[in-house]
Write a protein that binds this ligand. Structure first.
Ligand SMILES: [Zn+2]
Length: 109
């Protein structure tokens, strides 16, 4: 059983609703997304609603990330291809890794 951060019963139920609705409305291609800076990332790949885990699988993305206070409500979910969903989650709030030069040493070897 999934224990990921998106594994709640509410999310799973609403995910299905969002995907079914998009499909009914004829959304066949990924609309892309707008990041928090307001930059739009276009896409246009043909969505696959039936096969999970492909780069073009349709997924329900959180408009406002859960860790930023977003909910699993249908209004906070939108359809996005898996490729961009993953890409987005990679880019959001990266943990800064300090460079070695941030730790100067006075010792002379
Ligand atoms: Zn996409």
């Amino acid at each position: 059983m999934a224990t990921s951060r998106t594994g709640t019963a509410t999310y799973l139920r609403n995910r299905r609703r969002v995907l079914n609705q998009a499909r009914r409305e004829g959304l066949t291609h990924c609309p892309g997304y707008t990041d928090p800076r307001g930059v739009h990332h276009p896409c246009g790949v043909e969505l696959d609603y039936d096969t999970p885990l492909l780069p073009n699988s349709a997924e329900a993305d959180h408009v406002v990330e859960v860790r930023h206070g977003g909910t699993d409500d249908v209004h906070n979910l939108r359809v996005l291809c898996r490729q961009q969903n993953l890409e987005r989650n990679r880019h959001v709030a990266p943990v800064p890794v300090p460079l070695a030069t941030d730790f100067p040493t006075s010792r002379v070897w």
